[in-house]
Design a protein around this ligand. Structure first.
Ligand SMILES: Cc1cc2nc3c(=O)[nH]c(=O)nc-3n(C[C@H](O)[C@H](O)[C@H](O)COP(=O)(O)OP(=O)(O)OC[C@H]3O[C@@H](n4cnc5c(N)ncnc54)[C@H](O)[C@@H]3O)c2cc1C
Ligand SMILES: NC(=O)c1ccc[n+]([C@@H]2O[C@H](COP(=O)([O-])OP(=O)(O)OC[C@H]3O[C@@H](n4cnc5c(N)ncnc54)[C@H](O)[C@@H]3O)[C@@H](O)[C@H]2O)c1
Length: 462
């Protein structure tokens, strides 16, 4: 690393914030011999492994085991009164997270990057000043700079909300207690995953959702099917609500609704979306423009308004999934090297890790019809799949949307056990442009959940 008289350290690549896309790029370029500095303010490995995907899915494993044990006798096993144990749950979650953080840290050092724990702030084009966590400052300038500072939980503008100090997806993971009655504001990904998990752990759970139905981007039949399974798990869902005020009293937190009714819980979780981490970055100094919500403005090459300054992941307004941040890395890596890779038209799968889980890729029926496709719809209960019978878990429904003219698969919604694994098979077929008949007519091993694809693409509703 070169250090001129000015005290500015020059590097080939400067990564600001160590999220999925940024850390992967930093490791890659450092391994190839480039001079790389990555600044991270505290979470080694980023949001996903510390306070988001990994801890939540680690706890989903616990909730699913409890769910399976509640049905143990159906599979010939007696399991006396299984319960969630707070201390063990915490140890389980912290063990998995610590293992991944440690692995990430060792990889950062092994690949030869300068991994800097501190908070970065721009002072000029492609230049940051870093307040080091252990004291002192450094100033770094990159030939290329990648902004990957992520998002944090948003707090809704509801009177009284700050005063009641609501839980967020991050603080709930401290697991100091299993709430007696958890009131969840927002029925999106975060709200629904936590709601079902805590209902299974033994909490009373009430979800208060603004829209007329949860997961409004999904077809109504799919979100209704999911809602039914949440109700079976004990989640009470109120849709179409307006929250007018929140206050804390002797019996807990009271949420007042627009129709005059009240819901009082021991704890309240806000899960109304996430905000970009750009406020204290002084992006103006770098010539980087943001949109009206604070996300970094990028073009479809993930270039910002400043030269050789890129943004990846949540902060760039990309769909908020770790695998998308990873794909942003592929795009920026190619473009830094002079290529022309773009985000336009990429096929993004995602999964909601409820039980059963919802796996999605491509268009919904509603979206496909709105886009002018003449569609065929295939729909099948999971109970039709032999593997589901052997699992004694026949909850769910699979749906496919196919273009009638070309036979190409436009999208699927798979609600059921192991749906997230089966999804990749469909996604791969879609990426190849194959007709649906590929999945209908391939030999798929029996008895697997994927075998259901042979059946789904024969289950036309019209
Ligand atoms: C509860 C929950 C569950 C989720 N589950 C899933 C899931 O199952 N699957 C999935 O694909 N996605 C999931 N997500 C979404 C996923 O976590 C995010 O999309 C992903 O983490 C975004 O990564 P990123 O690369 O944008 O940056 P992040 O991982 O957010 O990293 C940004 C980093 O920048 C650092 N930083 C910020 N400002 C500065 C600064 N000034 N100086 C230095 N460092 C800074 C932060 O400390 C942070 O480590 C979940 C999200 C939540 C909240
Ligand atoms: N399994 C996964 O991949 C996973 C899991 C969790 C989070 N995530 C990512 O994180 C993102 C953020 O998740 P999220 O659930 O916080 O946001 P979200 O945008 O998915 O859902 C928030 C919901 O809260 C509702 N809402 C907003 N304000 C409200 C209010 N005042 N009262 C009641 N309801 C209100 C909105 O209508 C919205 O549907 C997700 O969109 C997703 O990309 C992914």
């Amino acid at each position: 690393m070169s250090q001129a008289d000015t005290g500015v350290e020059d590097v080939d690549l400067l990564v600001v914030g160590g999220g999925k896309g940024g850390k992967t790029l930093a490791m890659d370029i450092a391994r190839g011999g480039g001079r790389v500095a990555m600044v991270e303010r505290g979470m080694i490995g980023g949001t996903c492994i510390n306070v988001a995907c990994i801890p939540t899915k680690t706890l989903v494993t616990s909730a699913r085991l409890l769910d399976s044990l509640s049905r143990a006798e159906q599979v010939g096993v007696r399991a006396e009164k299984p319960v969630a144990d707070l201390t063990l749950l915490r140890e389980h979650k912290e063990g998995v997270v610590a293992g991944m953080v440690d692995l990430n840290h060792r990889q950062f050092l092994d690949r030869g990057m300068d991994f800097i724990l501190g908070t970065a702030r721009f002072t000029g084009e492609r230049t940051v000043r870093v307040e080091l966590n252990d004291g002192g400052t450094r100033v770094l300038r990159g030939k290329d700079v990648v902004i990957n500072t992520g998002t944090v939980p948003g707090i809704p503008d509801i009177p009284g909300i700050t005063e009641v100090e609501p839980l967020t997806s991050e603080t709930l993971l401290h697991l100091d207690r299993i709430a007696e009655h958890l009131v969840v504001i927002g029925g999106g990904y975060v709200g629904l995953e936590f709601a079902q998990m805590f209902a299974t752990f033994g909490s009373r759970v009430t979800v208060l959702h603004r829209g007329e139905r949860v997961l409004p981007r999904e077809d109504p039949d799919v979100s209704e099917a999911l809602t039914g399974f949440l109700a079976d798990a004990g989640v009470r869902l109120h849709t179409g609500v307006t929250i007018t005020e929140v206050s804390r009293g002797p019996s807990g937190v009271t949420v007042r609704l627009g129709d005059g009714t009240e819901v009082t819980g021991t704890d309240v979780l806000v899960a109304v979306g996430r905000e970009p981490v750009t406020k204290n970055l002084d992006l103006d100094a770098a010539g980087v423009r943001t949109d009206d919500r604070g996300f970094v403005r990028v073009d479809d090459r993930l270039a910002t308004s400043a030269p050789r300054t890129w943004a990846v992941g949540d902060v760039a307004g990309s769909p908020q999934f770790t695998h998308v941040s990873l794909d942003d890395y592929r795009i920026v890596k190619a473009n830094i090297a002079g290529g022309d890779r773009r985000t336009t038209g990429r096929l993004v799968p995602w999964n909601l890790f409820t039980t059963p889980e919802l796996a999605r890729v491509g268009m919904t029926e509603t979206e496909a019809r709105a886009a002018g496709h003449d569609v065929r719809i295939a729909r099948m209960p999971v109970a039709a799949i032999p593997r589901a019978r052997t699992l004694r878990d026949t909850r769910g429904v699979w749906k496919a949307v196919v273009d009638r003219e070309s036979d190409r698969i436009l999208g699927v919604a798979l609600l059921g056990p192991d749906a997230s694994e089966v999804l990749t098979v469909v996604q791969t077929a879609m990426l190849t442009g194959a007709p649906y008949t590929l999945l209908r007519d391939s030999i798929i091993a029996h008895p697997t959940m994927a075998e259901g694809l042979n059946m789904l693409f024969n289950a036309w509703t019209d």
